[in-house]
Design a protein around this ligand. Structure first.
Ligand code: C2E
Ligand code: MG
Ligand code: MG
Length: 678
């Protein structure tokens, strides 16, 4: 092989390259490498198929690349003698290429990477390329003797190993970069050059000798050669493209399966559900099962046992026949039937009851097993919007009436209210700490229209999830619990601080009105808090007005009166808020030591156009003033109302959007300067 041939073989054949076919061979090598690298990328990903399947495909692609490159390269080389191939060896020569690629890719894809691994892989890859090449040469049936120049032979091996090393190192070390097509192409070019450089350097060191008397020299290549070339190109390109397409298709399919299906039960998942409900179907009914036992089994036994339970549940649910319905595994422990017809809600509910009965007899590992589960049935007719369906089902699970004793509950809007209330209460501390709560101030104007008498402090909540919340939304929720005292203390502190700032900044002689909710009125804690704030911020008690609502007095007039008397003795003003809206009796007024009466907005709404309303309002103002009370008219919205009120009485206080809406402190200061009202 390396020695000079027999002495009578002295004629050296001059081969010639067809450069177009050389280029074709290089392209095939690149295509093979590119496909191999694309498939190899999947080896390290989580996938439906075992990683060896991807390894196998990748090495087939690489093997074909090496093999086709060689034979197309050989077709580019014109020898002036007839040239044929031994078909069996030709075919067999692909195996070293595929085998070496398989092991090399296997090594570089190992989780624990080492230089030793990389070197081993490149030696194997290089040798695979070399072996394929020389087997290919061996398969040639020609009348010439082939001699390889040993130095160039060795050099070709070194090139194959060295260039493979760089390509394989890139594959093992920069796994993430393969997301970029540019990088993939670069590494494919490296791998392709390992193959082609080995081939062409090897050929450079190859000499073909024919015997002295040889006469069959013809410079034209035979037809058989061309046909072989075409067949080779067609087959290898088709196989490579097919592999590439398979990889792209599987890529997409697998991505799709992973995104939209649960791998354990093969059921569509929550993402699929979201996609499905976006199809704008307004006839949907949803039944969600929450299985609380799953966590228990996972903790008490093992995840393996948990999986068995999930399979049991999924199989029970799958076995239920429901027309126009799809079953989902929405979350770990939640399954849901989505039905496309609202009129079938009773059927769905009935079927869910049947499932509950099946689970009554549930057995786990041969023993009776009490399955803690609940089902929530929701119809789009109640949820209003399809996107709320699943949320509404969740509120059922959060409600205290849901006991996870296999009950089936149909969603009611009151469930939602409950969970909203829970959230509001849970978020209150954070709201106070993070300044999500803040105060706005609405001015009260003297009826001479020349002075601001004071402000009412009104609380607002910029909730991170629900956006701006009106106090009318959250105060009644908090009022039902003890937490209202914390909130009121927070308001008192912030309002006093603000008043003291204003007094220092502009010497304002304003009063600040603070709303005090029902039960807190008679608490000693409130008195303590007020005194403390008054000292801390150096505020005179007459500058603080406590606004109480009638409801409180109606509940217990004696107790309320006692508290009011206490506040008054300490110097605070006390206003009766929203006067006229509760079950008030005018006779209470004379018993109570309040200082101010705030007429509810409803009294002023139709004034002055309604003569009756105007007469009532006038009578009330007269009554209040005759009892020596300060009168505030709330909710003034028009110039007409102001004109009328200024005619019927003097020394009133006005509050309403006609003058100003509640504003933040800085805004209010600007407003007051602009209107010269302080
Ligand atoms: P309220 O104490 O009777 O407060 C007056 C309400 O009427 C305020 O609503 C105010 O913005 C609104 N208002 C004032 N002028 C007009 C007007 O011309 N037209 C109309 N349509 N409305 C006007 P807001 O701030 O939404 O407060 C509603 C209720 O929430 C208050 O009624 C009060 O009972 C309660 N609230 C507000 N802040 C607090 C607070 O800090 N603590 C407590 N406990 N309750 C508060
Ligand atoms: Mg008020
Ligand atoms: Mg009011």
């Amino acid at each position: 092989m390396f020695n000079h041939p027999d002495s009578n073989y002295s004629i050296v054949l001059e081969g010639q390259y067809n450069w177009a076919i050389v280029l074709l061979s290089l392209m095939i090598a690149c295509l093979g490498s590119y496909v191999a690298i694309s498939l190899n990328k999947r080896v390290r990903m989580n996938s439906f198929f075992h990683r060896d399947v991807w390894l196998f495909f990748a090495s087939i692609a690489m093997g074909i690349g090496i093999w086709a490159m060689h034979f197309i390269g050989m077709s580019a080389y014109h020898l002036p003698i007839p040239m044929k191939y031994n078909h069996i060896i030709t075919i067999l020569s692909i195996f070293p290429a595929v085998g070496a690629s398989f092991i090399a890719f296997h090594l570089v894809n190992r989780l624990k990477q080492s230089l030793r691994n990389n070197i081993m892989a490149s030696i194997l890859m290089g040798l695979g390329i070399v072996l394929m090449h020389y087997l290919g040469m061996y398969s040639m049936l020609i009348d010439a003797q082939i001699v390889y120049q040993i130095e160039i032979f060795i050099f070709s091996i070194i090139i194959a190993v060295a260039v493979s090393f760089f390509a394989l190192y890139a594959i093992s070390a920069f796994n993430k970069k393969f997301e970029h097509r540019g990088f993939k192409i670069l590494v494919s070019l490296m791998l392709a050059s390992a193959v082609s450089m080995m081939h062409y350097v090897g050929m450079f060191g190859t000499t073909f000798y024919v015997s002295d008397g040889y006469h069959n020299i013809d410079s034209e290549m035979g037809q058989a050669g061309k046909a072989l070339l075409i067949a080779m190109v067609a087959v290898s390109v088709s196989v490579l493209l097919l592999l590439l397409m398979v990889s792209i298709y599987l890529d997409r399919y697998i991505d799709y399966r992973i995104r939209f299906f649960d791998t354990q039960t093969n059921l569509p998942n929550g993402r699929y559900y979201e996609k499905e409900i976006q199809k704008n179907n307004n006839q949907l009914v949803l039944a969600v099962w929450q299985i609380n036992s799953l966590k228990d089994v996972n903790y008490a036994y093992s995840y393996n046992d948990g999986d068995k339970l999930v399979n049991y549940i999924a199989n029970t649910l799958k076995a239920v026949h429901l027309p126009n319905t799809m079953l989902y595994r929405m979350e770990e422990d939640r399954f849901a039937y989505l039905m496309y017809r609202t009129d079938r809600l009773p059927l769905l509910e009935r079927k869910m009851q049947e499932i509950a009965r099946i689970w009554d007899d549930a057995r786990y590992q041969g023993k009776p097993f009490y399955l803690k589960a609940s089902c929530a049935v929701v119809s789009v007719e109640q949820s209003k919007k399809v996107k709320y369906l699943y949320n509404d089902a969740q509120t059922v699970f959060n409600h205290p009436s849901t006991l996870f004793q296999q009950e089936v509950a149909v969603y009611q809007p009151s469930f939602h209210r409950y969970s909203f209330e829970k959230k509001i209460l849970a978020d209150l501390d954070q709201a106070m700490e993070k300044n999500e709560l803040f105060l706005v101030y609405q001015p009260k104007i003297h009826s001479d229209l020349e002075r601001i008498a004071g402000m009412e402090a009104l609380v607002r909540w910029n909730h991170p999830e629900h956006g701006f919340l009106s106090p009318a939304t959250f105060i009644p929720i908090i009022e039902k619990t003890e937490r209202i005292t914390d909130l009121t203390d927070w308001v008192i502190e912030n309002a006093c601080k603000q008043l003291s700032d204003w007094q220092q900044q502009i010497g304002a002689d304003w009063t600040i009105a603070i709303n005090i909710p029902g039960d807190y009125v008679s608490s000693t804690r409130l008195v303590k808090k007020l005194k403390k704030m008054q000292d801390k911020y150096q505020i005179e008690p007459r500058s603080i007005e406590l606004e109480l609502t009638e409801t409180r007095f109606v509940q217990s007039i004696e107790e309320a009166n006692h508290s009011i008397a206490k506040f008054r003795s300490l110097g605070f003003s006390v206003a009766l808020d929203d006067f006229g809206t509760g079950l008030s009796s005018l006779s209470y007024l004379k018993k109570m030591e309040i200082s101010t009466l705030k007429m509810d907005k409803s009294f002023v709404d139709h004034v002055p156009h309604s003569p009756k309303d105007s007469a009532i309002l006038k009578a009330m103002i007269d009554l209040g003033q005759s009892l020596g009370l300060e009168i505030v008219i709330e909710g003034i919205e028009t110039e007409d109302q102001v004109t009328y009120l200024r005619q019927v009485a003097s020394s009133l206080l006005f509050q309403g959007f006609h003058f100003a809406k509640p504003m933040k402190a800085a805004e209010l200061l600007e407003w007051s300067k602009k209107h010269y009202l302080h």
